[in-house]
Design a protein around this ligand. Structure first.
Ligand code: A2P
Length: 287
């Protein structure tokens, strides 16, 4: 199964998670079953994704089948931007828990530092107030660990300086074409674990007209992949693990989600990690 590391609050987190952005309905429920059968123990969702209820059904199934116990799973979800007021945080988490059918999540993240009103206009709520609500959620035992997503170093440091509880995690976009080296090392120096979303970067076709390398058949990645008897997608996922991060590849395809977890019988050399870092062009897949 997937190795774990200790977070700065002492809780353990599996170093690979199943991403679920855009996965919905019965397919998502089925995917949770496939993922747990394949060895995934960490599932990442968000109230934004509108799939917490589907994931909850899948979780109930794998537990009822006796595949795992609740305490073997690590479930992450996120607070959306329209619930940033301090007094909205615990109620929003309770709604996520009810959709997931859980008593607690392992990790609750502020999805973004930006707050919005219900109509999508900026709400100008200080994320330090939101963080106080997150600390309440942790104190109530509704979230075992709390963290942030899409925060920069300055924003994370502001929480660290002004709060009782430092974030355990910052979840950000990281992949070969967007290596985020300064931000990642800043987080690591602060003792904050980094979860890497969109970890496959431009290796997958996201419908963009022109994309930077590396792509699936990249010669440099292919050479490294052949050395280890792996695929280029496995190489870029392992690259993130070898940089100390927790990649979150999304797949609702049984074969691909099995490939994406088959990363724990090889590792890259520091030279290979440095070679992959050279692909960096600071380009987000969402641009
Ligand atoms: P699918 O769900 O059909 O497998 P990311 O997590 O970097 O955002 O990537 C997610 C996208 O990559 C999804 O469209 C997913 O499609 C696809 N994908 C996931 N794993 C692989 C893989 N091993 N090879 C190719 N495409 C993949």
């Amino acid at each position: 199964v997937v190795p774990t590391i200790a977070l700065n609050d002492g809780n353990k987190i599996p170093i690979l998670a199943l991403g679920t952005y855009s996965g919905k309905g019965d397919k998502m429920r089925q995917t949770v079953n496939w993922a747990v059968e394949a060895g995934y123990r960490h599932i990442d969702t968000a109230s934004l994704y509108q799939n917490e209820a589907d994931i909850g059904k899948g979780i109930a199934e794998v537990i009822n089948k006796g595949l795992v116990k609740r305490e073997d799973l690590f479930i992450t979800t996120k607070l959306w931007n329209d619930k940033h007021r301090r007094d909205q945080v615990v109620p929003a988490l309770k709604e996520s828990l009810s959709r997931l059918g859980l008593q607690y999540v392992d990790l609750y993240l502020i999805h973004s530092p930006e707050s919005e009103n219900a109509d999508g206009t900026p709400a100008n709520i200080d994320y330090l107030d939101t963080w106080k609500g997150m600390e309440e959620a942790k104190q109530l035992g509704l979230a075992k660990s709390i963290g942030v997503s899409n925060f920069d170093t300055e924003q994370v440091k502001r929480i660290v300086k002004n709060s009782q509880t430092p974030p355990a995690v910052n979840q950000i976009e990281v992949h070969a074409a967007n290596t985020r080296e300064q931000l990642v090392s800043d987080m690591q120096n602060l003792g904050i674990a980094v979860m890497a979303y969109s970890p496959l970067g431009f290796l997958v076709n996201r419908g963009q007209a022109s994309v930077p390398p590396p792509q699936l058949d990249d010669p440099t990645l292919t050479k490294i992949a052949q050395k280890y008897g792996k695929s280029t997608t496995q190489v870029v996922l392992r690259y993130l693990i070898d940089r100390g991060m927790i990649p979150i590849p999304k797949s609702t395809n049984q074969d691909r989600l099995q490939q994406n977890i088959d990363l724990f019988n090889f590792s890259l050399t520091p030279e290979e990690v440095a070679t992959i870092n050279k692909f960096n062009v600071n380009k987000s897949v969402f641009e």
